[in-house]
Design a protein around this ligand. Structure first.
Ligand SMILES: Nc1ncnc2c1ncn2[C@@H]1O[C@H](COP(=O)(O)OP(=O)(O)OP(=O)(O)O)[C@@H](O)[C@H]1O
Length: 491
């Protein structure tokens, strides 16, 4: 039987440290002072025992204070009072518990794409100083490419050898958009899409990281690094946007009118970080330009209370995603799903008749830290959430946008919010703006449809990490419930 406790004499201090497994924790005690810390097993990255030197190294992540990022801790020392076989067994048993027994592959092989140009241009330094040491401590192997130009990530993903366990984007949402479109043009698109993507948030908006890690940790690169190592594949829907017969994959959002102006035209304000979106919003409200378009959709649901209740029910019945299901060796071969909706289909389509100020459609609750645009979005319902704001007074717009960080805007009676199988936008004037996943697109007619569960992201929870409640609920729908992985407060 494997020993529960193992003691080392630490190389650095010459003092004795005991490691003990206790349920879901690893208790680390300094024997001289009898002080200890308790590490959740999920935060244990790697255990190595070297038979020649008799030295054991344990690496884990620990928050020194409640709201600070994780620090990478490594304790290394000669094992005391156990022979080599017993020490090797102890190390192996702990590794098996924190990886295989938790349904996570040990030592993931990663493709890491670093965008030196994204956000406040710190991606290279952040990766080198913070993320790479964490990956190494977790015994991950990786290939790194620094993107050198626009669409570089597209080219890499298109030609990528599909041997990786995940694609890690050290960037914002723009690079993820490029990777997805590269996958769509890969010679084996379905197999490419089965490789989960995991963001390390170093862009300006980082919507995907917010959706996966939550508002508290969405911009924390250490939390994101842990998700790369321990997250499970969460299957997600993506969209095909067809414009002039050309098909683009969108994974997050399509914005028109004021909402597009948040991204477009604020590019030069990248230095502001995500404050640039709030700046764009205020500027848009002052300018107050209507969005000359006709919106039609294939409706699935338009009852706001029902949509919120469905979200809640899904969270309660939620089971974590299984990484193995999404790995490339599974049956994920085949062509990209065909388009089901023709541009002139009208059967089952509804047209929104009112003049529109802005349209926002997409998947994943957060599009930025200050805006939970799609609070009832589900990762894999096969539907797209479409929000349209009819032309109203400035006062109404401000009220409709109020509480946007918590999704409260959803309940505003003027905000038209539906779930659709597909939707279509026809411009009624020649000038306007369209942003797809934050990138500028021509202001021309387009149609969007959903491909259910085509792609995958690594996720700590198996669902979006956003808090939102229905009016009939007694408690908010949170990202933390019993059985979920969560990173508790450490001593
Ligand atoms: N070396 C580079 N030089 C210039 N542009 C680059 C380079 N590498 C990638 N890009 C481009 O940078 C753009 C922005 O990337 P990214 O989305 O990662 O950052 P961001 O726009 O700041 O963040 P977000 O999309 O979250 O707001 C992408 O369109 C990408 O093609």
């Amino acid at each position: 039987m494997t020993q529960q406790e193992l003691i080392i004499r630490e190389v650095r201090t010459g003092k004795l440290v005991a490691f003990r497994r206790e349920d879901d924790d690893l208790k680390v005690t300094r024997l001289e002072t009898k002080t200890h810390v308790t590490i959740i097993l999920r935060q244990v990255l790697g255990v190595r025992f070297d038979r020649d030197s008799g030295v054991l190294e344990v690496a884990y992540l620990r928050r020194r204070k409640k709201r600070t990022p994780f620090a990478l801790m490594k304790l290394e020392g000669k094992v005391e009072g156990l022979d080599s076989d017993a020490a090797a067994d102890w190390a192996e048993a702990l590794m098996k518990t924190v990886y295989e027994d938790s349904g996570v592959k040990r030592g993931r092989h990663l493709m890491v794409l670093v965008n030196p140009h994204g956000g406040v241009r710190k991606a290279v330094a952040v990766f080198m100083k913070v993320v790479e040491p964490i990956f190494r401590a977790a015994q991950c192997t990786f290939d790194i490419i620094h993107t050198t130009h626009n669409r570089h990530a597209y080219d890499i993903a298109k030609e990528m050898d599909l041997k990786y366990d995940a694609v890690v984007t050290v960037s914002g949402d723009g690079l993820i958009h490029e990777v997805m479109n590269g996958f769509a043009h890969h010679e084996d698109p379905k197999k490419a899409f089965a490789i989960p993507i995991a963001p390390i948030p170093t862009g300006s908006g980082n919507g995907l990281a917010l959706n996966l890690l939550g508002i508290e940790h969405g911009f924390d690169v250490t939390e994101a690094a842990l998700n790369v190592i321990k997250g499970k594949a969460m299957k997600v829907d993506v969209f095909s946007l067809t414009q002039d017969g050309e098909r683009t994959i969108s994974f997050m959002s399509q914005a028109m009118g004021l909402m597009a102006d948040l991204d477009i035209g604020t590019e030069h304000l990248r230095w502001m970080g995500d404050t640039r979106f709030m700046f764009g919003l205020i500027r848009g409200i002052i300018q107050f330009k209507p969005c000359p378009v006709q919106l039609s959709y294939k409706l699935a649901e338009d009852d706001k209370v029902k949509m919120a209740e469905t979200l809640e029910a899904r969270r309660l019945e939620h089971k974590e995603g299984d990484l193995e299901q999404a790995l490339p060796h599974q049956d994920n071969t085949g062509r990209l799903p065909p388009l089901h909706n023709l541009p002139d289909d009208t059967d089952g389509w509804t047209t929104f008749e009112e003049p529109i100020l802005y349209i926002y459609a997409g998947k994943g609750p957060f599009v930025g830290r200050d805006l939970m645009a799609f609070p009832v979005s589900l990762p894999d319902d096969g539907l797209i959430d479409v929000m349209a704001m009819p032309v109203s007074s400035r006062k109404d717009i401000l009220l409709a946008i109020g509480g946007a960080a918590k999704g409260e805007n959803y309940w505003h009676p003027k905000v038209h919010y539906v779930k659709a199988h597909a939707y279509r936008v026809k411009p009624l004037a020649s000038k306007g703006s369209l942003a797809v996943d934050g990138e500028v697109f021509p202001f021309k007619e387009f149609q969007v449809e959903v491909h259910q569960k085509l792609a995958a992201f690594l996720s700590p929870y198996g669902h979006y990490a956003a808090n939102f409640s229905s009016p009939t609920s007694s408690a908010p729908v949170t990202s933390k419930k019993r059985g979920d992985h969560h990173y508790g407060v450490l001593l």
